[in-house]
Design a protein around this ligand. Sequence first.
Ligand code: 3HC
Length: 649
Amino acid sequence: MARCAWRRAELEMAPPVLTVAQHGAVGAVALNNPPVNALSHPLRLALLDALSNLYADPAVQAIAVWCEGRTFIAGADIREFGKPALLPDLPDVVEFLDRAPKPVVAAIHGTALGGGLELALACHFRIAAADAKLGLPEVTLGLLPGAGGTQRLPRLIGVRASLEMIIGGVPVPAHQALSLGLVDGVFEGDAKAAALAFAERAIAEKLPVRRVSELCARLDEPLVFEEYEEKLAREWRGFLAPFRCLRAVRAAVELPFDEGLKRERQLFSELMASSESKAQRHAFFAEREVAKVPGLPENTPARPVRSAAVVGEGATAREVAQCFADAQLPVTVLAETADALDRCLYAIREHYTSGVARGQWSRAEADVRLALIRPALSYEELASADILIEAGAEELDAKREVFARLDKVGKPSAIFATSAGSVDVDALAAATRRPEAVVAMHFASPPDRKKLLENVRGGSTGADVFATVMKLGKTLGKVAVPVRGSVAERLLARSSREAYLLLEEGASREELDRAFQEFGFRQAPFASLGLAAVDAGSPQPQELGVRRGKISADEILERCIYAVINEAALALEGGVVARPLDVDLIWIHGHDFPVYRGGPLFFADQVGLRTIYDAILEYQRRFGGQHWSPAPLLERLVEEGRGFYAQAR
Ligand code: 3HC
């Protein structure tokens, strides 16, 4: 390929992201671009160069591709998105692979995701390690598979299964990929050995080149697109990408391959430029960045957590115990009385049984989780747990008593946590002889639907202890956010108070719900609270001189969301939370803020801080300064013409 010559100089400068070797008649290409073998520009250049050499070499009769490191390719390099295109782009490389004049096999271990799976789909054969996963998660970034995935997948596994994978975005395990026809075999052990063995077999058996692009995408179920249209309208309101995914797959059925590719490209570019995708990509990086705790060195050693104990018998204790069992970690539940323990275990069994009925997990999986939960009636039975979590006592004094008892039985390396977010961690720490071991882990409720875990660091919490609970959050499948006090509760209280006042001023409950749903919330964040009980000490609209009347949806949203933004600015300034991204993740994963709006502070930057500031001043004029005073940080950012993240517009 001509392009390869003019890229050679650049290639020599690039880090060694792949190696090429010859094993007999097999050209062997090993990709090595840590941490996840993303298809970054240097790798694309190197791959194109390696392939064109192997295509031209008459001694090479088949090509084997695999990855070094922990995984096969995790996709296009997301860090390149939104920047000027660097050629060759990924579709160029994928199409070049498709046209290989000799058989190419890809051996997948770890995860083949997005562009990684698309590259594998352009190979003529694919095999996967037994524990590998394959998926097209672009939809979670507000995108669609843009390197031929929407055109090749339906040709290989059919329309319905493709829609499930592309719109669902959930990777499938290797055995399922095999039964779908997505891979040609499953192997145990080393990807390199498996790739070479398959390529040698392809030569020995003269297996022909089999291009997925030459297959036909048949529409076996004529109404499947209509069915999906209805489903999307119901379940994906506000999102853009799932709808474009549907259109792209439809093109695979209705258009010749090359035309379908063009349509895919056009839809991909449209999504790439959309505000929805920008926000979802922001959330993706925020979810990774959040683990890097300011002031906590990245190499801080974490204590091992192989087992846990939970003290309490109410809903929180149950839910926390279930989180551990769901993550395959044994957990002991301690209650004060046998009756209370029975009630707690009964509720846990009910939870897993109803999950079986809903198809959330199989009976066998439910039994495995249940078996990991061990009942206890004495503190001594908690002695071997690596982390002991208080999840029940109401009053601070009662909590301090529990901590003192935990301190007596816990082993030297044990960590002591409370599940309460707004409790004074230092007061609990003072009840023990090892304050450095004390921390709070506040799980958003219900934890099986919400991924937020606020890890609250006290004044004396040890660095290793905090590193441990941050790491544990990932093990539990949570988005763990470091805070100095529950920000989720604080922000919720602020927006709930505003909702309460809106109701008092004449807005109806339905109007509030509708406004929030239009904005993209599944339900208003305070829907689970009894609003009459919210902030009993709030000033009454009479007191504030406000007349009841019609309130617009815009005002409802502004008051509930701008109040949160202002409160978040106060929390940032006070050091309760360190970064805007922490706030965004707290509201996305704790209170269902629509991810395609990127979180309240990302959203604030899009609206413009000046607009928000002016609105707050207007509400201050109408309602007084007690609750409507712009946070000093907000004021400063506006004066400096900046946003929370970037330059304000
Ligand atoms: N591009 C660039 N960087 C990536 C990346 C990607 N596709 N995927 C992961 N990374 C980075 C992360 O940002 C993180 O960087 P950091 O250490 O500097 O914070 C590092 O790799 C490790 O990632 P994780 O912490 O997420 O590691 P895990 O082991 O927990 O998970 C993973 C690994 C399952 C591969 C997960 O990272 C993941 O889901 N990645 C994204 C996969 C994806 O969405 N692929 C589609 C990309 S879009 C695409 O391909 C478009 C194409 O159709 C044209």
